[in-house]
Design a protein around this ligand. Structure first.
Ligand code: 0YR
Ligand code: MG
Length: 370
């Protein structure tokens, strides 16, 4: 399965409503910035990273794919996912240029496209190639009802609707003011009752004293996890918070390498592990983190940078994964969309990684990749 072409692409797909906000940003579109890899047996593999749809920075990613990574892939055997991962990770053209950010996001898209090809060539959905189904169903939690931009009454309405739709887990954003966020947390907990898991996500906005104050107020509401309470790289701060509160900590969506996760593991700074195949260098690196998490007996809840197209395969196949984020923005762009029925993700059926765009999405959302 010889690689004959490596073509980057950019899709900008609208979010629910006209825009959403968390504690750090407001966006109107999700960027699906990726690569199509063609092989001599006529297959096409697709992989992508996730962005905030800023075309100039998206084009830095596609340019990195095209000019720095693609030359190392041409003529190679696409089956050799691990060997090619290392070849790209040690790309001499990128020494010093980056071990995170653009170079890693580019690598992520390529690695996922190679897994997609490998699964398509085997005629299997990716979860099967990864070793088969280790659980009957994957529990979904809904993040799309919980944005900071949603007014208090609509937040409660949306939470109740999600539960009525069958979700057994939801997540709401925090990171505005302690008083407002505690009020919203209490209102949502009262509305959904005790049986639905309720996580919160600060997106790294607050400092340690603010988090400590918030957690004291939040502890009565049975918070499933507090995600990104502090600045993403602050291992010591997370360790201190984890010791000071009964609320479990979660993070990972801003970490690019297994080494970054290892720091949090070593310092007992993390309870829920949230790697993302679109943020780390693809599924290959995420699998390493899942294995390490499992060895610490810590649960994994993949972050939905892929909006769960790829992570649903991982979640069915890896014993460490407990629950998976659901945000429905881009699912309809794919031939085998991430679908939630009665609160659980459906088992993907098509061969591949679930990353093949539909022609309709291609025609409607494509932006110039160069
Ligand atoms: C939404 N999920 C997250 C996104 C979301 C962020 O723009 O960037 O809120 O990825 O934290 O857990
Ligand atoms: Mg998050």
């Amino acid at each position: 399965m010889k690689i004959m072409s490596v073509e980057p692409f950019i899709l900008h797909v609208p979010v629910t409503g006209s825009q959403i906000a968390d504690s750090t940003h407001t966006i109107s579109h999700w960027g699906v910035v990726g690569v199509k890899i063609g092989t001599d047996n006529g297959l096409e593999g697709y992989g992508f990273t996730g962005t905030h749809s800023h075309l100039p920075s998206d084009q830095l990613i596609t340019r990195c794919i095209e000019t720095c990574h693609a030359p190392l892939l041409m003529g190679e055997d696409a089956h050799d996912v691990n060997r090619l991962w290392l070849k790209l990770a040690r790309n001499p053209a990128l020494q010093w240029v980056g071990r995170a950010g653009i170079t890693t996001l580019s690598h992520a898209a390529i690695d996922v496209a190679l897994w997609d090809l490998k699964a398509k060539a085997a005629g299997m959905p990716l979860w099967k190639l990864l070793g088969g189904q280790v659980r009957d169903k994957v529990r979904a939690y809904n993040t799309d009802i919980g944005w900071l931009s949603i007014a208090d009454d609509k937040l409660v309405e949306g939470a109740k609707r999600a539960v009525a739709d069958g979700f057994t887990g939801i997540k709401i954003k925090v990171g505005s003011t302690v008083e407002r966020d505690l009020r919203r947390l209490e209102a949502v907990r009262k509305a959904i009752g005790p049986d639905v898991t309720l996580a919160i996500d600060g997106n790294g906005k607050w400092d340690l004293p603010t988090c400590l104050r918030f957690c004291r107020g939040a502890e009565p509401f049975d918070v499933y996890w507090f995600e990104e309470p502090l600045w993403y790289d602050d291992v010591k701060g997370h360790a201190e918070l984890a010791r000071a509160t009964r609320i479990p900590t979660a993070l990972g969506e801003q970490l690019y390498t297994q080494d970054a996760f290892s720091e949090f593991f070593h310092q007992n700074a993390i309870h829920w592990v949230q790697p993302d195949v679109t943020r780390m260098a693809g599924l290959t690196e995420v699998l390493r983190v899942c294995e390490t998490a499992h060895s610490y007996r810590l649960p994994v809840a993949p972050h939905a940078g892929d909006m769960s197209q790829v992570h649903v395969h991982l979640s069915y196949a890896h014993p460490a994964v407990q629950v998976l984020e659901y945000i429905p923005w881009i699912k309809d762009c794919f031939t085998d969309p991430a679908q939630v029925v009665d609160g659980y993700f459906k088992l993907p059926q098509e061969p591949g990684a679930g990353t093949t765009p539909t022609k309709a999405a291609w025609d409607k959302f494509q932006k110039p990749a160069r």
